[in-house]
Design a protein around this ligand. Structure first.
Ligand code: PLP
Length: 372
């Protein structure tokens, strides 16, 4: 069945047509960007054009952009490559941050999923060893935005470096690498209409970075291996398009209002915090997330369980657990994430399908109660 309503942009946002055109063109032209002949120079030109576009999107210098195979590699490169003996990460980070360094210390978050700044300050004071602090810009499950400026202030006072996973925030809110004052920033093209398998680590000029793969001088010796020219070209075009911003907050707000009208005891996680305008993480009381995902899929609507993990199975959400959401409530949380091609009609179809499911489940509960 063809997908008619796609509302899972935080998983992957479909590539924009101009992105596909740029990728096909790059593949057709071929060329190794390290070759000195014209085919090589042509490929090199595409990479440097994309580097400028990506840098512009996040307020960085082109030379600070290191292309990678995506957000996961960028996060791993920052956490292992900064060379700091201590690594402090927030409890709601993506697994590619949480699991990058085995001995990472976990900084707690509050009920809205916001990093506990007093705890961070205390933890930074506890030891004198050089540290790296990693706090994401926006959460992938809830969309909650973190107070990065405050994190940077505390880290600087303690002489620590800062990494920010901006994979979900980029293209949805304005990102200013130099304005934020972080040392490392992770990006991923497929979260805002670029291809999968390509991303970048933005590294402040002068920040330490030990390459984790060697064997070539690409990316100024910061990431060896022949570049993914077509992917990077698509990333650049997606970055140019994303500079216009994403204006879907009104649709997301309407969705939340309507879902809560249908199920007054539905809970929007992180609702009291400042969030991305494209994301809602909502629990439908009594209905398992998998049931909702499957029922909506049958209705032609793609959304995800709050805790969809990379293996495709639904595990307990570490994000909601860290926020103190009870396990049974977390098990009923779905994530709806809007993107560049979302329409008002998509939202109406989701509201209608969700209402159908809720009514069906409510009636079957009554039937069960009467039978008992
Ligand atoms: N960081 C966050 C916050 C994410 O949501 C994701 C992907 O879901 C990643 C990192 C990993 O990015 P990629 O899929 O490009 O490896």
């Amino acid at each position: 069945m063809s997908v008619s309503v796609y509302l899972d942009h935080n998983a992957t946002s479909p590539p924009r047509p101009a992105v596909l055109d740029a990728m096909v063109e790059a593949l057709r032209m071929g060329g190794n960007p390290s070759s000195v002949h014209r085919a090589g120079r042509n490929a090199r030109g595409r990479i440097e054009t994309a580097r400028r576009s990506v840098a512009t999107l996040v307020g960085a210098l082109p030379a600070e952009v290191v292309f990678t195979s995506g957000g996961t590699e960028a996060n791993n490169l920052a956490l292992t490559g900064s060379g700091q003996p201590r690594v402090l990460v927030s409890a709601v980070e993506h697994d590619s941050v949480l699991k990058a360094v085995a001995a990472a210390e976990i900084v707690p978050v509050d009920h809205d999923g916001i990093v506990d700044l007093s705890a961070l300050e205390r933890m930074l004071r506890e030891a004198s060893e050089p540290a790296l602090v990693s706090v994401m810009l926006a959460n992938n499950e809830t969309g909650v935005l973190q107070p990065i400026a405050e994190v940077v202030r505390l880290a600087r006072t303690a002489g620590a470096l800062v990494h920010c996973d901006a994979v979900q925030g980029t293209g949805k809110v304005t990102v200013d690498f130099h304005g934020l004052g972080v040392d490392y920033l992770s990006l991923s093209a497929h979260k805002f209409g670029g291809p999968t398998g390509v991303g970048a680590l933005v590294v402040r000029d002068g920040a330490p970075l030990r390459a984790d793969r060697r064997g070539g001088g690409q990316e100024r010796y910061r990431r060896a291996g022949t570049e993914n020219v077509a992917g990077i070209a698509g990333f650049g075009v997606a970055a140019e398009a994303a500079a216009a911003g994403l204006d879907v907050a009104a649709l997301r707000d309407r969705l939340e209002v309507e879902l809560r009208r249908i199920a007054p005891d539905a809970v929007v996680h992180g609702a009291a915090a400042t969030r991305l305008g494209n994301t809602t993480c909502i629990s439908m009381p009594g209905v398992k997330a998998e049931t909702q995902v499957m029922a909506l899929d049958l209705a032609g609507i793609c959304i995800s369980a709050g805790a969809a993990c990379s293996s495709g199975k639904v595990g307990a959400s570490t994000v909601l657990a860290a926020m103190g959401v009870p396990a049974d409530e977390a098990a009923t949380a779905i994530r709806v994430s809007l993107g560049w091609n979302t329409t008002a009609d998509d939202i109406e179809r989701l509201i209608a399908a969700w209402r159908d499911l809720y009514v069906r489940v409510a009636h079957s509960d009554i039937a069960h109660a009467q039978a008992a």
